[in-house]
Design a protein around this ligand. Structure first.
Ligand SMILES: C[S@@+](CC[C@H](N)C(=O)[O-])C[C@H]1O[C@@H](n2cnc3c(N)ncnc32)[C@H](O)[C@@H]1O
Length: 279
C-alpha cells in the first residue's frame, strides 16, 4: 500500500512531495492502470482510497525525509545504504547512476522480498551490481547476522533507513534491531526511522485517526504492535549508543511538506520521524 500511495501521488497529486516513477509498476498492473486514469483516480479517492487518507501524507513525508537525510550523508562521504524493511522501495531503480558509488543493501522479510524479486523479474527491471537483497525475519534473526551474509563492510560508514516497519515489530524486536545496528556500524553512521505514538500522545483531533489506523492494520492482517512515547523513546535509543539529531513531529511534517499549520487539517496520525547518529 505504501508503494500505491507513492504511485498515485506521483501520477496525480501536486505539489509532488516524493517522486517515485517506479512505484506504479512495482505496485502491480491494477494500480498502474489507476495511475494512468485521472477519472479512476478521482473515483478511488472518494471511495476505497479515502480510508487511507490518514496515513497517506505520513508515508510520502517519511520517504522524502529519509532520502533528504540520505543525500546529505552521501554528500558527506557515506558509501553504504541499508534499507531496513524495504518493501517496494525503489531507490536502487531511481538512482541507478549511483551504481558503483554506493552499496545498497535491502533487508526485508523473506516472503516480501521474494514477491518483490518476482515482480522485478516480471517487469524486466535490473538492479546494479552494487545492490544486494538480504532476507531476514527480525523476530528470528539479528540485523547484524543478516548483513554478515552480504558484502556489507561494518567498518565503512553507513546510512540506515527503517521506514514503516517499527510499528509492526514487537518492542523487544525493535530494541534488539537497534542494538544490532549499533553493533555493526562505525560511529558517525546515521539512522532514520519512523515510529507511531500512542493515542494519549496524539492531538485530540488525531486520536480517532490513530484508533482507525489500528483497526485498519488489524483488518489487513499486519497489526500495529509497537507504540512509543516521543519523550521516552529517544532517551532509550540514546542509551544504546545513539545521538538524537531530530525527533520530527507530525505537525512539523505537515508544515514542512504540505504547508499545513492547522492541526485540524493536519490529518497526520501520531507518527514521528527519528534521526540518530551513532556515537
Ligand atoms: C509497510 S511496509 C514498509 C515498506 C517500506 N519501508 C516503505 O516505506 O514503503 C513494512 C515492511 O516491514 C517488513 N516487515 C514486517 N515484519 C518484518 C519482520 N518480522 N522481519 C523483517 N521485515 C519485516 C515487511 O516485509 C514490509 O516490507
Amino acid at each position: 500500500m505504501a508503494a500505491v500511495i507513492r504511485a498515485l501521488h506521483y501520477a496525480h497529486e501536486l505539489p509532488v512531495v516524493f517522486e517515485d516513477p517506479f512505484a506504479s509498476r512495482l505496485a502491480g498492473p491494477v494500480w498502474h492502470l489507476l495511475c494512468k486514469s485521472r477519472l479512476l483516480y478521482l473515483a478511488a479517492t472518494r471511495t476505497l482510497y479515502k480510508s487511507l487518507d490518514p496515513i497517506r501524507r505520513q508515508i510520502l513525508a517519511r520517504a522524502r525525509y529519509a532520502e533528504d537525510k540520505l543525500e546529505e550523508a552521501i554528500a558527506s562521504g557515506v558509501r553504504q545504504y541499508v534499507i531496513v524493511g524495504a518493501g517496494l522501495d525503489s531507490f536502487a531503480l531511481r538512482r541507478n547512476e549511483l551504481g558503483g558509488k554506493i552499496n545498497i543493501y535491502e533487508l526485508d522479510h523473506p516472503a516480501t522480498q521474494q514477491a518483490k524479486k518476482a515482480r522485478l523479474k516480471e517487469l524486466g527491471f535490473s538492479l546494479t551490481k552494487s545492490h544486494e537483497f538480504v532476507p531476514v525475519d527480525f523476530e528470528k534473526e539479528s540485523l547484524k547476522d543478516a548483513l554478515d551474509r552480504s558484502s556489507y563492510n561494518r567498518n565503512g560508514s553507513v546510512f540506515f533507513s527503517w521506514l514503516g516497519t517499527v510499528h509492526y515489530l514487537t518492542p523487544p524486536a525493535v530494541f534488539k534491531t537497534l542494538a544490532s545496528i549499533k553493533s555493526c556500524a562505525p560511529p558517525g553512521s546515521e539512522l532514520v526511522f519512523d515510529y507511531a505514538v500512542s493515542e494519549k500522545h496524539s492531538s485530540h483531533e488525531n486520536q480517532q485517526t490513530v484508533r482507525d489506523l489500528k483497526r485498519y492494520t488489524q483488518r489487513r492482517g499486519e497489526p500495529i504492535v509497537s507504540l512509543f512515547d516521543p519523550d521516552i523513546l529517544p532517551r532509550k535509543v540514546s542509551d544504546l549508543g545513539f545521538e538524537l539529531l531530530e525527533n520530527f513531529s507530525p505537525m512539523q511534517q505537515a508544515e514542512k511538506y504540505f504547508n499545513i499549520n492547522d492541526e485540524r487539517q493536519g490529518f497526520m496520525p501520531g507518527s514521528y520521524f527519528a534521526h540518530f547518529r551513532l556515537v
